[in-house]
Design a protein around this ligand. Structure first.
Ligand SMILES: [Zn+2]
Length: 282
């Protein structure tokens, strides 16, 4: 019984990751590669007991986060404070617990990913658009890495060095696991690597440019040059898809992409990002 529920939790997380990957593909690359994902989703879905399947799909229709980790003693989906008994039961992993408030299924994260809050400077003006999710220090005008792993690690390290995440190991592993589901590279040399379900903090974006380009699994097999790496807390999941679609639209033209590719310094890159996203990201 115990082992069975642990396996079910894994199964549900896997299913949810696929559904999320499908939504991401739709937002960044409509009509591409959905068949393969749909097939995998159906396989996992059909293996669920009927009652759980109905409940889980009903949750998924409302939000992309149907199974969520507990954050301390709270449901990370809605913030509801859970009883000690329930938190203990979730950590034991021997039964499926539902949040009494939002009915999402709860699990204990295997490795909690913690993230520091973005630094706030006294007297900073109100942030708008892309400035709410990123900062000049998170711009990498020239990535050194030459492989997928290198580039992902380099961006992760930047987040850590600038104080946005506490450690890189878990985050980097999670980013690689996500790439293994289906590549986040889209057309036009753009890729959207990311990690969902991060504990605490706000959505954070770091942007890296590789002048030479890197094989990142784009549909055309062309190298990717522009990397929008995002760290997404559970609560920001729905918003993330809007941001993804806003970035896709902002960089649909060659002119906009070239403004990033031609930036020589961190400051230039930041200015180009803010300028190009002004209309689509508010
Ligand atoms: Zn909840």
């Amino acid at each position: 019984m115990i082992r069975k529920e642990r396996a079910t939790i894994k199964h549900l997380i896997q299913l949810q990751d696929l559904v999320a990957a499908r939504a991401q593909q739709q937002a960044s690359m409509p009509s591409q590669r959905l068949q393969q994902l749909d097939k995998s989703i159906k396989t996992l879905d059909d293996e669920l007991p009927i009652e759980l399947k109905t409940h889980f799909n009903r949750l998924l229709q409302k939000s992309i986060e149907a199974i969520v980790p507990v954050t301390g003693d709270n449901c990370s989906g809605c913030g509801f404070a859970l009883t000690k008994t329930m938190v203990n039961s979730i950590h034991a992993g021997d039964e499926l617990n539902r949040c009494p408030n939002c009915t999402r299924i709860l699990y204990a994260p295997a490795v909690p990913l913690t993230r520091r809050s973005p630094r706030r400077r006294w007297g900073d003006p109100v942030k708008r658009g892309v400035e709410r999710f990123s900062a000049p220090e998170l711009m990498i005008a020239s990535l050194k890495g030459t492989t997928k792993e290198d580039v992902l690690l380099e961006m992760c390290e930047t987040l850590r060095a600038e104080g946005y995440i506490e450690n890189c190991t878990d985050l980097h592993d999670a980013a690689l696991r996500r790439e293994a589901i289906v590549a986040t590279a889209v057309e036009n040399g753009i890729a959207f690597p990311h990690v969902r379900g991060v504990e605490g903090g706000g959505l954070t974006l770091t942007l890296g440019i590789s002048k030479k380009g890197i094989k990142f699994g784009a549909p055309s097999d062309k190298p990717s040059k522009i990397f929008f790496y995002m760290v997404i807390p559970t609560a920001a999941s729905a918003f993330y898809l809007k941001l993804l679609s806003g970035l896709t639209k902002s960089f649909a033209t060659k002119e906009a992409r070239d403004s990033l590719l031609n930036a020589k310094t961190q400051e230039d890159l930041w200015k180009a990002l803010v300028k190009a996203t002004k209309k689509m990201i508010q």
